[in-house]
Design a protein around this ligand. Structure first.
Ligand code: BGC
Length: 385
């Protein structure tokens, strides 16, 4: 909490300095400028892939919001290929985009493309995933990243009764997201800080040698990429989980929990368990607690069926609104409001707007309908009503 307060104070300070600089007509990275963007200007939106549910929602929501406000929008999906994404961004700049919004496939590889955009005079907004190692990022909008891992880890801790003194030892296997996505590190950080003390006391153990093994001495920086799943792929997660089950759980050993940072990875884990350990039965003590993220349709079904226990919901409608507000303020030459944090991208501290993620389980699954994230009809279909 203290760190957050310090961050807010620092950002407020930055904003004030930016405000002063703006009086001199300077271009600043975090505050108002006297350069306005003409009405009906073009905004580029570069999404990493169409093959994951959320980026379609994200891209289309933002496009619809901006078009309602009178902007021209170029929306591209990069098929999980960094070179494609860089070409997409170049195309936006060639079409005179004044603002580019980028959810990076590879946070570092996209640097040169946004630098070109910046050189051409465009503002750059990192969307959900931070763009690394460049000065060419004006703002970042995302969800409280560590909080995602906190919600997942706390769900496991509560379900296994660790705070009530259950001693286990409980077997847990851990996965992180894509090694080229800076978010994946923060998700793990939030979770590991809560889980590590239970490794220390021996209540949690990770018996497989997945990614070289996880034990009490593991660290976020030292280990997160070793247990990662490239491009967050279901198939890769399934393969990895199958080898974990073959090596360590092939003689009826109990698996108590799997920390999964994304519903697609959870699906791979579920597929692997169903293939290799048909004696594990959802809804009974034999089935592990499996977490996730994104509240994908498949996760709604899995949570309803009891194969997945929890997911973390990030309301992308709210993120689209937050970014739309940013764009309008930038276009009007105003100071961007609602900045409540900053993230270092290994070059600069990027002023950030951070929204709150929410834990979803069977008990509050229908909140996804109330939030307008999924229709009642689709929800009923997924939950077999
Ligand atoms: C996003 C997550 C998403 C993951 C896989 C991350 O960068 O923050 O919401 O689950 O990518 O697409």
């Amino acid at each position: 909490m203290k760190a957050l307060k310090r961050t807010i104070a620092a950002v407020a300070g930055l904003a004030m300095m930016a405000g002063l600089a703006a009086c001199g007509g300077d271009r600043t990275s975090s505050g108002a400028t006297d350069e306005k963007i003409e009405e009906g200007a073009t905004v580029g939106i570069s999404m990493p892939t169409k093959s994951e549910e959320r980026w379609n929602k994200d891209g289309n929501n933002l496009k619809a919001n901006l078009e309602k406000k009178g902007y021209k929008v170029i929306l591209s999906f990069a098929d999980d290929k960094p070179a494609q994404q860089n070409a997409d961004i170049e195309n936006m700049v060639n079409n005179d985009a004044k603002i580019v919004v980028v959810a990076a496939k590879d946070g570092t590889a996209v640097g040169p493309a946004v630098e070109k955009a910046r050189d051409a005079g465009a503002k750059v907004i990192a969307y959900d995933r931070l763009i690394m190692n460049t000065e060419a990022v004006d703002y970042y909008a995302t969800f409280q990243l560590e909080q995602v891992g906190v919600l997942e880890a706390n769900y496991i801790i509560d379900t296994l009764g660790l705070k009530d003194g259950e001693k286990g030892p409980f077997n847990i296997e851990l996965f992180t997201g894509s090694p080229d996505d800076n978010n994946a590190k923060y998700f793990f950080k939030g979770a590991w800080e809560l889980l590590q003390p239970y490794f220390e006391s021996g209540v949690l153990v990770s018996p497989s040698n997945h990614g070289g093994g996880i034990d009490k001495d593991s660290t976020v920086d030292g280990n997160w990429q070793k247990i990662s799943v490239m491009s967050w792929k279901t198939e890769q997660a399934q393969k990895d989980m199958e080898s974990i089950l073959d090596s360590t759980y092939s003689h009826g050993e109990k698996l108590d929990a799997v920390l999964s940072p994304y519903d697609g990875i959870s699906q791979g884990v579920i597929n692997a368990i169903q293939t290799k350990r048909p004696d594990m039965v959802p809804g009974t003590d034999t089935w592990p607690v499996i977490t996730g993220q994104d509240a994908m349709e498949i996760a709604i079904k899995n949570i309803s069926d009891g194969t997945q226990a929890q997911t973390v919901f990030k309301d992308v409608n709210k993120l689209a609104t937050a970014v739309e507000e940013m764009i309008v303020e930038i276009a009007e030459g105003k100071e961007v409001s609602g900045i409540n944090g900053e993230f270092n991208n290994d070059k600069i501290d990027v002023p950030s707007k951070l929204l709150d993620p929410v834990s979803i389980t069977k008990d509050n699954l229908s909140d996804l309908v109330d939030a307008g994230y999924v229709t009642q009809e689709k929800f009923d279909q997924l939950t077999g009503k």
